[in-house]
Ligand binder design. Structure first.
Ligand SMILES: [Zn+2]
Length: 189
């Protein structure tokens, strides 16, 4: 079990929350300024927007940000998702209602599309850039906690370690709890 949902949530947290050491929001690297209003998990036309930054002071266009864990990365599926979001934006009544007017500010203004993919997949950036989608690369070390000894085993890649490094218990005892050394940068490809 790869615990993809947890990794996806950890990524959304790392992107939107301030980094204490850097005193910087990774989200600011995407939208150009810190302290912006954002929301996550917005349903649009059978899909979900991972992070939505609405138009606000200093942000002229809303941002639709897709966050990818890198497991089974499927570029065409992501492109099709953006295509559907784009259509929904231009079709009246297809955006969700009921978020206390939060989305009113974004109606009628076509969003900026961005995708966040693992650094290891940087070579796929041109596929997105050709569609005018900005690409950001994330890197980080996965932290797996052992249910038995409570120690942390670090994962060098996206795969789950085979066993706990402290007590040697097998991978079934490991649960994904954190993402260390997180970094986000814009692709230069
Ligand atoms: Zn252990």
């Amino acid at each position: 079990m790869l615990q993809l949902g947890i990794l996806h949530d950890l990524l959304i947290l790392r992107i939107t929350q301030s980094n204490k050491e850097e005193k910087k929001f990774p989200l600011a690297r995407i939208v150009g300024r810190a302290g912006v209003k954002w929301t996550s998990e917005i349903p649009v036309d059978k899909g979900w927007i991972d992070i939505l930054v609405p138009k606000q002071k200093g942000i002229e266009r809303p941002y639709v940000i897709e966050v990818e864990t890198g497991y089974n990365l499927d570029c065409s599926q992501i492109l099709r998702k953006f295509e559907r979001f784009g259509k929904a934006w231009t079709k009246p009544g297809s955006l969700p209602v009921g978020l206390s007017g939060f989305l009113d500010s974004i109606r009628g203004i076509f969003p900026k599309f961005c995708v966040v993919i693992p650094l290891d997949f940087a070579e796929f950036s041109p596929i997105f850039k050709a569609k005018r989608i900005s690409v950001f690369l994330w890197e980080g070390t996965l932290e797996w906690k052992c249910k038995k000894c409570k120690e942390i085993t670090l994962g060098s890649g996206p795969r789950k370690p085979m066993k706990c490094n402290s007590c040697n218990k097998n991978e079934k005892s490991l649960r994904l709890v954190g993402l260390a050394d997180f970094n986000l940068k814009e692709t230069d490809v």
